[in-house]
Ligand binder design. Structure first.
Ligand code: 5GP
Length: 171
């Protein structure tokens, strides 16, 4: 089954450029750490940090969530930890998609426990209709309907991460 385009590469590029400028203005002064969630956010993270005209440190958190293939259980395993300490630092968490919010809730609690000076969230995609727990989203690329999407870093069974656009696969 062929993925159907939902958000074009051009629309993503324009939105990422705008997000980069918004983040540069709204994040507290001084350097900050962008923390990308692997693997889904790696493409977005690469484009986003280049769109932020500020001093940005980059780090990554490897995460695996258990559950059915297309749905998270909220139980998260950290497969690769941060390299840089975030205590006393301003942190921007960079996510690919927020669906139920369970993964993000877990990650926010985990990072908050490490005492950052501030903690904000930027997600490329948001599926608000599926939310099960409240999570603060400071920067959102696109709100999308309740469809399973792939491309621009997001996969279906490890396929489609390299599509340059976001697409819907019919389950
Ligand atoms: P949540 O915990 O918010 O329900 O889900 C977050 C994680 O579930 C995302 O980081 C992503 O790995 C996965 N996910 C949720 N919706 C989608 C989707 O539409 N497509 C893909 N590829 N992954 C999704």
């Amino acid at each position: 089954m062929q993925p159907r385009p939902l958000i074009s590469a051009q629309d993503i590029a324009a939105r990422v450029a705008a997000l980069g400028n918004e983040i540069a203005v709204r994040l507290p002064e001084g350097s900050f750490a962008a923390v990308g969630i692997l693997r889904g956010a790696f493409v977005f993270m690469a484009d986003l940090v280049r769109a932020i005209p500020r001093d940005v440190r980059c780090d990554f958190l490897g995460v695996r969530s258990y559950g059915a293939a297309t749905e998270t259980s909220g139980v998260v395993q950290i497969t690769s930890d941060l390299r840089l300490p975030i205590s006393g630092k301003h942190v921007l968490l960079v996510e690919d998609i927020v669906d139920t919010g369970l993964t993000l809730r877990y990650l926010l609690d985990l990072l908050q426990a490490q005492g950052p000076a501030s903690l904000q969230v930027c997600t490329l995609l948001n599926k608000p209709s599926r939310r099960r727990v409240e999570v603060p989203l400071d920067f959102v690329g696109f709100e999308i309907p309740d469809r399973f999407v792939v491309g621009y870093g997001l996969d279906a069974a490890q396929k489609y991460r390299n599509l340059p656009y976001v697409a819907v696969v019919d389950e």
